[in-house]
Structures are given as C-alpha cells and as structure tokens.
Design a protein around this ligand. Structure first.
Ligand code: URA
Length: 235
C-alpha cells in the first residue's frame, strides 16, 4: 500500500506538491469516492481517477543516475553508501535495483529499474548492448592495447569478447564493451601492466548520459530513451 499523493506523482509525472494539491482540491477519486487526504493508502487494485482520467498502473520504472564515486552498485550494504540512496523520494518504489554494476570508484551512466527482464536483456552478452567508457590510465595508450582489445584479451575467467579501444590522448581513450565482467576494463588494462586511474561510463546501447544531469542526480527515463538503450548502435 502506498500514499495516494505518491502513487499519483509516480504515475503521472506531477510533482508531489501538485499531486497533494489535486487531492486536497477534491479532484481525485479512489473507487468512486472523492478522497481529500494525501496520506490515504491505496493498493494495486484500487481504481484512481484524476478528474476524468484514470491513472493507470505504470508497469515499470526506469531511472538514469549520474553515478558519483564512493557509492556501491547494490540495493543494500551494511557499511557502504549504495546507489539506491541517490534515488529521490518521489522516484523511490519497492523492487528498484541497479541494472549492472559499476565499481565504487567508477562514475557515469547507471540505470536503476524494477524491470528484471529489461535488466537481463541489456546486460546479457548475447544481446550485444554496448557500453562505452572514457578511460584514463597511468601509462601511455599503445597500439598493442588497441590490437589486443580487438582480438580478445584473455583473463583468468576466459577470453573477452572483442572490444574497441579509441585513443583520445596520450593516457586517455574510449573503450566499448559488449559484456560486463567484474572489474573488466581494469583487468584488461592490467594485462598490459597499466592501472586505470579514472573510469566513466558514457553510454549504453544508443543512450548517452545526459549532459544536463549533474553528478549524483537521477531522473526518470522517457519511453524513447529506454528504447534507445536496447537499440543497435553502429560501432
Ligand atoms: N570495468 C571496470 O573495471 N569497472 C567498472 O566499473 C566498469 C567496467
């Protein structure tokens, strides 16, 4: 059961304040009765109307987070701060989890959702949803690294799928992966004796971290943006 104003806000895009005003203004009915208290608790099967419009159940929620350093990609942790703590109250609902892991010291694009099938699709190596990272290492980026990444680096848990390395500076490059193993980029550069000093995820599939989303902030994705994540991109 959730508060009426919270349900209205999460399903319509109205702010919590606007939802409260609609309720106290007598514009909301639950199962045919006008309810003026925002604290009124509603369940999944209750029929809610805002004016003449039925507020339908939003099946799933998709959130983009600009992950800062210092947060672990988990729903709970006994000692460390989690990315879920960055989800604002108006977007928070039960069942949310980070779709994929970024290391504690990695920044950038993170998707948080309650849609397990979607998460599986965008993370499964078979679906080839590419993930592009901006990387800084402590040694110059070499042609051997680029060639090794393209051929498939052998790690202790098997050969990596082919990855694209694009040099952007002496110590910087973009790396595009189509899988996401534990510490993958750090371990791939480790094969060349190099240490990753900065790692930032720029995109997943055809969706890029929005320029106007400050570090540490979240917002709900539009349907078009969700579709972009799964869209095939030409590498
Ligand atoms: N590769 C890593 O090593 N770390 C990340 O957080 C993501 C990819």
């Amino acid at each position: 059961m959730e508060r009426l104003d919270k349900i209205i806000s999460s399903r319509t895009g109205l702010s919590r304040k606007e939802a409260k005003a609609a309720v106290s203004g007598g514009k909301v009915t639950v199962n045919g009765n006008i309810i003026r208290s925002s604290e009124y608790k509603v369940g999944e099967n209750d029929e809610i109307f805002l004016g003449c419009n039925k507020i339908s159940e939003k099946a799933h929620l998709y959130i983009v987070l600009h992950k800062p350093k210092g947060y672990v990609s988990a729903t709970e942790d006994p000692t460390q701060k989690t990315v879920l703590e960055l989800v604002p109250e108006e977007l928070m609902r039960s069942g949310l989890f980070p779709a994929g892991r970024l290391d504690k010291d990695t920044t950038g694009l993170m998707i948080i959702t309650d849609d397990g099938d979607f998460a599986h699709r965008i993370l499964s190596p078979k679906k080839h949803v590419s993930k592009k990272y901006a990387v800084t290492i402590d040694l110059p980026v070499t042609d051997a690294m680029e060639k090794g990444f393209a051929e498939g680096i052998e790690l202790n848990d098997g050969i990596c799928k082919t990855a694209k390395l694009e040099k952007t500076g002496e110590y910087t490059c973009f790396v595009t992966l189509s899988e996401g193993r534990y510490h993958q980029i750090k371990r791939m550069f480790g094969c060349f004796g190099a240490k990753v000093t900065e790692l930032h995820r720029l995109s997943m599939g055809g969706f890029f971290l929005p320029d106007d989303l400050p570090e540490g902030e979240c917002r709900e994705l539009t349907e078009e943006e969700v579709a972009l994540i799964e869209s095939k991109v030409k590498e």
